[in-house]
Design a protein around this ligand. Structure first.
Ligand SMILES: Cc1ncc(COP(=O)(O)O)c(C=O)c1O
Length: 400
């Protein structure tokens, strides 16, 4: 019998599978592939955080089921972070919940609030859970396309897309997903932008789900939180994650903070589906947030150095790419000679010809076409090696 599962039919096969297969084949044949394709931080978690995990795990009391909202000390540590970093007050009881990474939080919040056919506005291109979380929950996605009129600013284009979405969606949108600094485009916004979106969404009764996974991975001005807008808590929740800030992607620990109704809805769903993260992980996460922060400066410095080497090298090789102000990604338009080729075909060609793997932009949504994403996950030595390959490939293309 051919399985015909309603939700599975709505999830396309993993978009990057084709490039991954080609990568695996090359590696099997002995090639040294330099892989900028993933967004998986490669640094070790800082030692004092690992030590805290080990210490907590020695106590058998921590081996029991934890609580699905998260231990109170960790929720207080999140509130202290928001106060320190953003000047935002959070009630750790009603306005904060611990999640198994922000991805889990987003997916379960989508389950909690979406009725079949509800319209959700999501950026395009986007990190896949920003759209598929709601598709899995039975919602319909309307895209907020990146780009737009080149004579307008990002803010103007975005607000125009929001206006159009509200005018032309039936039913009226339930929620909008925001993600700044953004994966994959590295787009950043300021507080005025958030102020305008909050005002618009309050007027139209639309919830805002903001993801600030890259809030601490910045190279210029520190990115703001939407909760800095005084009325945001009436309609907004924000997801934060320890995965990138403290190089803890495998630990699966993050948060949602903000609107108490949305937090309560997420807490209700989570009380049915999980017992919370392993307590020692939560104790170690508390140590991460409350402890010394020089490890975060080091992570920023590491990504900055890699960014500078990669961006300068690509530009020198004749591939014009912008310098990201935040995130661990370079969002690169296809080189001029290949700009009509399509991002998937270009990614496969680059892999074959330069042994360099990148993520095709179309994998993040149709408006990602024409771009590839390079993750700053290879060290500077290997990045330079990749640049030699790219340079030689591009010069061969020029001659051809
Ligand atoms: C924008 C964005 N949000 C969330 C996540 C996942 O974070 P977490 O590990 O907390 O689930 C990622 C990971 O790449 C991401 O890029």
């Amino acid at each position: 019998m051919e399985p015909d599962f309603h939700r599975i039919k709505r999830l396309p096969p993993y978009v990057f599978a084709e490039v991954n297969q080609a990568k695996a084949k090359l590696r099997q044949d002995g090639a040294d592939v330099i892989d900028f394709g993933m967004g998986n931080p490669d640094s070790a978690t800082p030692q004092h955080i690992v030590d805290k995990l080990v210490e907590a795990a020695q106590d058998p009391k921590t081996h029991r089921y934890s609580t699905s909202r998260g231990i109170p000390g960790l929720r207080r540590a999140l509130a202290a972070y928001y106060a320190r970093r953003f000047g935002v007050e959070l009630d750790p009881e009603r306005e904060a919940i611990v999640t198994l990474g922000s991805k889990e939080g987003l997916a379960n919040l989508a389950q909690a609030i979406t009725s079949p056919g509800d319209v959700i506005l999501a950026p395009n291109p986007c990190y896949p859970i920003h759209s598929f979380g709601f598709i899995m929950a039975g919602g319909a996605i309307r895209s907020l396309p990146a780009g737009g009129d080149p004579s307008l600013s990002f803010r103007e284009n975005f607000m125009a897309a929001l206006e159009r979405a509200v005018a032309h969606s039936i039913p009226k949108p339930l929620a909008v997903v925001l993600n700044f600094p953004q994966n994959p485009t590295a787009q950043c916004v300021d507080l005025d932008f958030y102020g305008e979106v909050v005002e618009f969404c309050r007027r139209h009764g639309i919830y805002i789900l903001s993801d600030i996974a890259y809030a601490e991975i910045y190279f210029g001005e520190p990115p703001p939180s939407i909760l800095q807008i005084p009325s945001a808590k009436e309609i907004a929740v924000e997801f934060y994650s320890l995965s990138k800030t403290y190089s803890m992607p495998g630990w699966r620990i993050g948060f949602a903070a903000g609107n108490p109704t949305l937090i309560a809805a997420l807490a209700r769903i989570k009380s049915y589906v999980d017992y919370g993260a392993f307590t020692p992980i939560q104790v170690a996460a508390t140590a991460a947030l409350n402890g010394p922060q020089d490890c975060v400066d080091q992570v920023r410095a590491l990504y900055r150095e890699r960014r500078d080497v990669l961006v300068e090298g690509l530009n020198k090789a004749g591939w014009a790419v912008p310098t990201p102000e935040a995130t661990m990604f370079v969002w690169a338009p296809l080189p001029t000679a290949f700009h009509n080729m399509g991002s998937l075909a270009f990614s496969k060609l680059l892999l074959e010809e330069a042994q360099v793997a990148v993520a095709p932009g179309v994998g993040f949504g149709e408006y990602g076409e024409g771009y590839v994403r390079l993750g700053l996950v290879e060290n500077t030595h290997r990045t330079r090696q990749a640049l030699r390959g790219v340079r030689s490939f591009l010069s061969r293309a020029d001659v051809g």
